[in-house]
Design a protein around this ligand. Sequence first.
Ligand SMILES: [Ca+2]
Ligand SMILES: [Ca+2]
Length: 378
Amino acid sequence: MASSPATHDSPASVRVMKYAWRSSDFDPNFDFPETPNLKGYQYKFWVVFPNDICTGADSNVSISSGALHTFLNGSSYGCYTSALAHQGHFPWMRAGHWGAFCEDQVYQPDFDCPDGTYGIKAVIQSDFPSRVSADLSFSSVKVDNASQDALYVIYVSAYWWFDQGAATGVCKASTSGCSTGASMSAHWIETQIRIGTGVWRASNQSWTQTPVGTQTSWVTTRVDGVKGSFGYSNEPFSISPGKNMTLSNYDLRHFFQGALAYWSIPASTHAVLLGYEVGTEGYNAIVRADFRLARYDVYGPDAALADTNFDHSIDSHDIADVSAIKGHCPGGEVIADWGTYRWNDDANNTATQAGSVNGFCIDEYDMATITTWLGASY
Ligand SMILES: [Ca+2]
Ligand SMILES: [Ca+2]
């Protein structure tokens, strides 16, 4: 959808749309401590999640002292374990993973069921500039069983949802999960920015770093058989063990466009970035990496904050959305509201109505923000 630089003033008002860089995540500096294995609504912002379903896997992840600590540990050859932090929505989220309130998340996000109670702060849309910054230390890597191959990936990911309907792409020869040249449709694409990838070859008993510029692709199929998303990765960076790295304002929109091009999805396809994921994954490897920063930013108009359904127009639909859940708060604050509060309707989280728990609740200030922009498009 085209964006317009116009200010959309109407004769009856003096509103002027202001464009600015806004942080899309609530806790980019990992200030808020988190530990694994809590219920979904017990996480405020980042959800920390070690995936230990593989035999031998004993990974761990936590947030403390201003850092995300990831510890990837073990798992047999080919079975991925991970040590990650998430925020937002993901194509694999369903009731089976996150409780009864996520049952509707089949082809579209279930906005009453974000990963992290507060959802996303300012949604990144694909037609506006966006960027990601990160700061990390890659402390160490060891192979678990030296007689088998091993792999690790250190990354920041962006999960984009095609909000105007499924996109159709074409599988490449190297795409895992579908056959070469086959057309496939999905509502999501994961774009994985790899900061470092290492491969252990048992045949020569050494690690090699995957070269900058290497692209990979995959298709994820959910447990219910739905092809959940396109997958794409590239390696703009190559961090070595024992090193620190800083990513400054890396162009997220450009990376997304590269992913679309790779999959032969039309460049004009609109999407919104609804899920972040930061951490390490792999198999048969023992890796320690600590992130001190993971910030996703968007350059967009303030009116977009009032656009609860991301359709670039502030209208009666947005009003109706907010009216329907007035008085509801994030599930972590008022547990009874878990599964009814929708974070995308929180148009104003800085002002708090008297008697309300906090600004993240849906109240008169959210309604006022939408009313201010009623009739505007951007
Ligand atoms: Ca709208
Ligand atoms: Ca609010």
